[in-house]
Design a protein. Sequence first.
Length: 654
Amino acid sequence: AATQNGGISIGGDGSYVYDAAVGNAQRNDQVFGRFEYDFDNDTTGFMQLSWSESGTSNYPRNNAADLALTIFSGNPFLPANAQAALTATGTPSFVMARAPRDIAINGALFQTTTATNFTTGLKGKIFGDYKWDAYYTHGEARVRSRRQNNINWSNFYAAADAVRDPSGNIVCRVTLTNPGLYPGCQPINMFGQMNQSPNALAYIYQDTNFQILSKMDDAAASISGDVLQGWAGPLSMAANVEYRQQSISQTSTATPTDPVQLTGIRLGRAPTTLWAFDAVSPQYGQNSVWEASGELAMPLLVDAPFVKRLDVSGAVRYTKYSSSGPATTWKVGLNYQPFEDLRFRYTESRDIRAPSLSDLFSGQTVSTITYNDPHTNRTGTVALVGGGNPALVPEVARTTTLGAVYRPSWIPRFQMSVDYYNIVINNAIGALAGNNPDVIRECEATNGTSPLCETIVRPLAFGDRSAANFPTLIRTTSLNVAETFTHGVDVEASYNFSLSQLKLPGNFNLRLLYSYQPVLKSRALPTSTVTNTAGAAGLSAHRATLLVGYLAGPVNVNWQARYNSSVKRTANPLLVYADPELPSYMIHDLNVGYRFNAGGHPLQASVAINNLFDKQPRLNPNPNNTATPGAFNPAVAGDDIIGRYYTFSLKAQF
């Protein structure tokens, strides 16, 4: 799809995606070992080592940004009729918009993740029935990533401006005007599809690599037991102390801030980044955490009128982060059992989620965006720069749960639980950028005094509304300003029974999990519009999983059905679709196993059929795909995009 006016054409075949992997190819290897030794009847020591390595390879959607190439008269790859038209009119050049799918398809991504974890510790009893344990863990994870054939835009634009030398050979113009500035430049043919020479592709391509090393050292000790005997039972306690230190280090052969060399190159719209595909900045960060916690559980009543059992519990944890300071969390709970079959439970808690090392210290990212600036009434391209924020503090949530567990004595082996939850987070971590409409609106409303105005960098004072004060840089950063609220109901039911009464072999196990989440509201700023994504954008309000298992001697059969209710295509009220709702979605999985012995060793063979009936995913294309064709996944998140597939396994014990 190409036009001469800088926009993707409408009609015809348009812009499409090809030669892209639907899912990543994966390889996994794991090793695990554990050794225990009893020093005496009360003390046991242990050592545990695990190692794993996983590798993925992916040929992603060919989504390099659409090009707007300036084509100059005399380009030897220009079709003869186009050159004739330029010559006849005396036009020196024109702009050709093009979706570069034939050069972007080669950007394969290969990643290997290696994780090693070593733990050693002691556990035992002390002072009679008190249980204690202490351990130390060291873990490392290393991610190695190689982007094959990333496109170097400096080399590409030098190669795209092709001319003939005095001998009639097709060469890069810069080899004549700026010899030695772009050594090895090979002219590239961007007319038609797949017409680039191997030499030209080798010149514009370059592998880019990065590596991430994460380390953690963790030491902890705990003790638990009954403190004293109360009137309704023992008062139980548990205490814990823990210290963690973690770090992240990232190195890269290509960064978003690598300069773009354009000297001597004739072109129209200049790129602002050197690399077509993702490049990451080096980063390093570390922090440490001290924690101390205590918990008490006490029965209040037992076998009283209208009370089979009544328990209360409470817990508190003090945490101090070297990066963000102290935080205190707590939880109180109540269990009330009026009679043997029924139990009610209630909890209230203050919970936190600390910012990750990536949230705090991630390296700088750079991309180019189109910015509509109401301040200067001007539209243009500007660099968008992002990165971590070391000033982040833990998110704080208030959580309430209320539920009941029913085990009817008249239906043996049946159990059902129903729980309601309500979660509110007032300082959630959210990414905000100067191109966010809410940020722009608040900055204008406060006449530039809001701290959010720092995400919009202008060359002149805020009061200047001339075109010269168009932003030179847009920042994106994470802040503790978002709000999130959700509530819903979780239901779980299980039942198992034997077929012996029917004089048939085997046992059945049934389990049902159901979630109803009608609300998941959030907003980026206190002044932002509230968005409810529950029941929209792929998050079904009703979700259910049914598991049926059958065991008869050496044979076991397990069937699973997963259901998601219908969803709206988007939670954005400004977007209107002719068919605004996507249908419900349900897939089935089947697993059959057989146990047997071979050479005195027990073995188990199994075959699994995933997505048994080959259910296709629901399609929900991004309405903004015209800006970057191919840069979207049209399948609803969570839907199976592969279709029916089979796995086989054989497990042995020695």
